[in-house]
Design a binder for this molecule. Sequence first.
Ligand code: TXA
Ligand code: MG
Length: 308
Amino acid sequence: MRISIKKAVNLLTNGSVVAVPTETVYGLAAAVNQPDAIEKIFSLKGRPSNNPLIIHLADYSHILEFITSQPSGFEALAKTFWPGPLTLVLPIKTDKIPSQIRAGLPTAAFRVPQHPLTLELLSQTGPLVMPSANLSGKPSATCPEHVEEDFGSEFPVIDGGSCPLGLESTILYYLNGHWQIVRAGSLPAEIFTSVLGYQPLIAEALEKPVCPGQLYRHYAPRAKLHLANTFDSTCQGPIIGFRDRKYPIGVRVLIAGSLTDPSEIAANLYQLLRQLDQEKIENVWVDMDFPKTGLWETIKERYKKAAS
Ligand code: TXA
Ligand code: MG
């Protein structure tokens, strides 16, 4: 059910859950001071309670009242990338943020989103927790139809059309004197170099992931994804591929976008993965022969997760 911002403010302040567009993906929102609504987010999504939520705010200055220290580079990151698709995990005063939100951790994740509708909403409601608006494990939602697919046509959603970026925020975590990427996202690793003086590493290799969400199966359609670099006669298709590349004749190609524009692939990716389920496709081959830099790294990570 499509609702206005005014209605959403009313529902959220009265302890309901509402789906909200952001520049990355749709979020399932609850007010930080509504424990029953937050509980409902976990049960609606089927999300384990040990997977913490991101706190979204209209203005980063509010974060200062929650945190115990500002890691080196915090202010520069905040000023450069907020509002925007960046999430920072910071050490917090545990009495200021309910344990339910941060899954008992001594840290919390914060983001100032860029979407005008999200910012308008946040300016009226105050801080909101917002995981992606999908059933746990499934591809994230990038338009109101995806939210309705997962939660039903009566579920309240603010209609912001399609999300412009299409992939989640990049999550940075400060560890041993450096920021590390604990979830690849819409901002590529290279973009942080000019601000931090170094390129944060992607912390896939950490023994114990610091980002609990990384432990779970994610972004996955029912179809089996076969990640491939070349296509021969064993590939029956369909292939998720590029409009500017040739594939074996007679095999259906689902176009993700152009090899020259990863942002187009990012914006289409979850729609494509959801289309596989809508069409009840059981096997799909993914063309993984693309560059190894920038946003392509996030696209690669999402395909790998979707295939695992
Ligand atoms: O783009 C986004 O970030 C979207 C939109 C709606 O803002 N939100 C989103 O939320 O992707 P979610 O819940 O789907 O993913 C949040 C990730 C999870 O992997 C979670 O484990 C991690 O953030 N996270 C949250 N709090 C954390 C903390 N204190 N320490 C480490 N990781 C944390
Ligand atoms: Mg998610």
